[in-house]
Design a protein around this ligand. Sequence first.
Ligand SMILES: C[S@@+](CC[C@H](N)C(=O)[O-])C[C@H]1O[C@@H](n2cnc3c(N)ncnc32)[C@H](O)[C@@H]1O
Length: 337
Amino acid sequence: MTDLGFPIIGNSKLTKPLKNSSDKGLLLALTAIKIYGFPNIDDNILYINHSEPLKFESIINRELKFYNKKLKKQEEEIENLSLPSNLNAVKEHDPNYDIPVSYITMKKIFYGHTFSISRDTLIPRPSTEVLVDAAIETIKDFSLSKQKQFSVLDLGTGSGCVLISIILNCADKVKSGMGIDLSEPALKIAKENSVSLDVASKTKFMCMDFTKMHLSDQFLGLGSFDIIVCNPPYISTNDYANLNISTSFEPSMAICAGNDKYKCYEEIRNSLDQALTTKEHNGIVNENTVLIFEVGKNMEKGVIKIFESWKYLKSWNDSQESVRCVAFVKNKSNYTQ
Ligand SMILES: C[S@@+](CC[C@H](N)C(=O)[O-])C[C@H]1O[C@@H](n2cnc3c(N)ncnc32)[C@H](O)[C@@H]1O
C-alpha cells in the first residue's frame, strides 16, 4: 500500500500518524485471513473472518457528511455562475478526486464578484476574503483615511482578486492600485479581470519578483504606497506533498514557499526594509505604509517575529476563529483608532 502511494495510518513505527484531512479518508482494517494447507479441513483452507470494526461506521458517516457538504457547495457555486448549458457536465464532477470545478468553469466568485481564473492562477479562497476585509477596515477606520486617498500594492496578485475587490469596495477612497506577480500568464488574467470589473483605469499590473522590489526601477517616480497587501505562498515543501489532491492542480508557485513556510515573509520584509532605506527609490514604503499579510494556520507568531523591525498593528480572524491576517506599520502613532 505504501509503495502504491497510500499511506497506512496507525501508531506503530511502520505506519504514519494521522496528520491532515487527506489522511482521514483512508480506512484500513484486516477483516479476513486465508491460511492454506490444513489437512483436516474440507478444502485445506482455513478462513478467519472478522467483521469491519464498528468504529469505522462513524468515520464513514462523518466523511460522507463532509463529502455531501462539498457537493452542495459545488452545486451552489455552479448555479451562481449561471454557466452555459454545455458545462452541465460539471455536475457529475467528483470534488474529492477530479480537477477543481473552478478550473472547468474558469470562474470563481470572490467577495461577491465573479473573477476569471486559469490554471496559471490560484483559485481564490473564501478565507482570503479576510485580507480584503482587513484592507477595507484599515482604509475606512484609521485616522489616516480622513486625510487623503489611498494607493494599494498587492504582492503576488494572481487573478487580481484581492486588489480588485479592495478597489471595488472602497471606490471613493482608493485612487490607484498596483498588482505584481512573477507569473506573466496570471497577470494577463488579472488585467482581464480589471477590465471586466471596470477598474482598469485605477489599476496597473507588473511582472516583478516580490523578493527584489528594492532593486526594481519600475517603482521609480511612483511614490510610496499607503497599504500593501499580500497573500504569499506559505506551504512548506513537506506539507505541500500531503495536501488534498485538488491543490495539486493549482500552480505550485502560488502555494509552495520552499523548505521554509516563512520564506516569502522574510524575503518580502528584507526587500521592503531595503526599499525604505533607499531614498533615491522614492519609496514603495514609508513610515506610515500599512502592511497586511495573510498567514496560514498558527503562523501569526512566526510572522510577527519576522516583522520585529516593524510595529505590530492588528490581527484579523477567519470564520474558524484562526488568525488569518496580520498588519504592521513602522510609525504607529497615526494608527490609534
Ligand atoms: C497564494 S497566491 C495568491 C494569489 C492571489 N493574491 C489570491 O489571494 O488568490 C501567491 C501568488 O504569488 C505569486 N508569487 C510567488 N512567488 C512570487 C515572487 N517571488 N514574486 C512575485 N510573485 C510571486 C504566485 O504566482 C501567486 O500568484
